[in-house]
Design a protein around this ligand. Structure first.
Ligand code: ARG
Length: 384
């Protein structure tokens, strides 16, 4: 038998067995991904749905750029825009059904878009990979989250200033080693916290500058050969510029770690204030009265007013540090460029943000509603 003929006869059955149908080939390629447990294991939609608004904003900017550069038609852009905006409306209204069969938010939005507008929806993926898409989405999410934390910190600073205006003129002991040291004004102590939170705000502003830069156009890892305009996308998204190296852009999560560190520092400052006021509101000190709504009673000892909210602010600090360590360790030793490890960044980022947001939200009204107990403080000063 001639050699070429024998090769042919061996190849044909092998091909039909291994690649019988496109669906089978797909199954073979991604293997266990069709197994329900494996599907559950790899999915991120259950937490990255929180990127939805930013994913859509990014896609709208990308689509517009594809149209300006002539890669899609004006009609395609109109269809994509209409589809994405209708998805956004549904998400905001709480009526969008996230398809759990989709692995992540990027695929869920894309699938919904194709379902709503058909073929033009498929073109959105031109010159873009989920790798640069997710990097952009997290950056946009972080910028919004930084702004939210900054706003809450400002409100907390204002609460301290309000209390200082009201009660700040009272004299109280200042402590070193928790021993009475020198007399100071209560306002002096309150403004110490304003300083701490100001440094936190400065840190956030600095981190925001490094975060608000567009990685889009980096593609899966090596960029794109298509005539994209990265600056246009960045401008449209109100970003400060574009990243320089595609490998780095895809795998850079430094800004997430920086934000996590800023959150940890805020949590630490909050815990110091919480501890101070836990002491001050105790019967032993009796310097401050925390408003009723921020204390809890004890059924057995109704005279008690426990500072549970302050204790929880203090207690949750550990969780916030935990997310910082989790993020650093998740990134440690990763080879360039994208690895699936990085999917975990959002889990810790969101958890740290949620915890600090909640603590800040409750801290400001707690400060504003607290009252000083000057007589009790005066007694203590006399003793000293
Ligand atoms: N869900 C993924 C993540 O959060 C999106 C990127 C997936 N990219 C990939 N090559 N599998 O990281």
């Amino acid at each position: 038998m001639p050699k070429s003929k024998s090769r042919k006869s061996v190849k044909a059955p092998a091909r039909s067995a291994a690649y019988a149908t496109p669906a089978k080939a797909w199954q073979a390629r991604i293997g266990d991904a069709v197994d329900p447990l494996a599907e559950k294991f790899v999915e991120s939609l259950s937490f990255d749905y929180r990127l939805a608004e930013h994913d859509i904003r990014g896609s709208l900017a990308h689509a517009e750029m594809l149209c300006t550069t002539g890669m899609i038609s004006a009609a395609d852009l109109a269809a994509i825009g209409k589809g994405l905006n209708s998805i956004l409306d549904d998400i905001r209204a709480g009526t969008f059904e996230f398809d759990v069969k989709q692995e992540d938010i990027h695929m869920a939005v894309e699938a919904a878009l194709i379902q709503r507008v058909g073929d033009p929806g498929r073109k959105l993926h031109t010159a873009r990979s989920r790798n640069d898409q997710v990097a952009l989405d997290i950056r946009l999410w972080c910028v919004a989250a930084i702004d939210r934390v900054d706003q809450l910190l400002t409100e907390l600073q204002q609460a301290f200033v309000t209390l200082a205006r009201q009660d700040g003129g009272n004299v109280m002991p200042a402590y070193t080693h928790l021993q009475r040291a020198q007399p100071i004004l209560f306002g002096h102590e309150l403004l110490a916290y304003v300083e701490m939170f100001q440094r936190d705000r400065d840190r956030l502003a600095d981190c925001r500058d490094r975060t608000n830069i567009s990685p889009l156009g980096s593609g899966a890892v090596g960029g794109s050969t298509l005539p994209i305009d990265r600056q246009q996308v960045a401008r449209q998204l109100g970003m400060n510029g574009i990243t320089a190296n595609s490998l780095d852009s895809i795998s850079d999560r430094d800004f997430v770690v920086e934000f996590a560190f800023a959150l940890s520092m805020i949590a630490m400052h909050l815990s110091r204030w919480a501890e101070q006021w836990i002491l001050y509101s105790s019967t032993e000190f009796d310097f401050i009265r925390i408003a009723d709504q921020f204390t809890t009673g004890s059924s057995m000892m109704p005279q008690k007013r426990n500072p549970d909210m302050l204790e929880l602010i203090r207690g949750r600090t550990g969780g916030v540090y935990g997310q910082l360590v989790a993020l650093l360790t998740m990134l440690k030793g990763q080879p360039l460029a994208y690895n699936r490890d990085m999917q975990e960044d959002k889990r810790w980022l969101f958890a740290g943000f949620d915890s600090v947001e909640l603590s800040l939200q409750i801290a400001a009204p707690m400060v504003k509603s607290a009252t000083l107990k000057p007589q009790s403080i005066a007694r203590r000063i006399d003793e000293g």
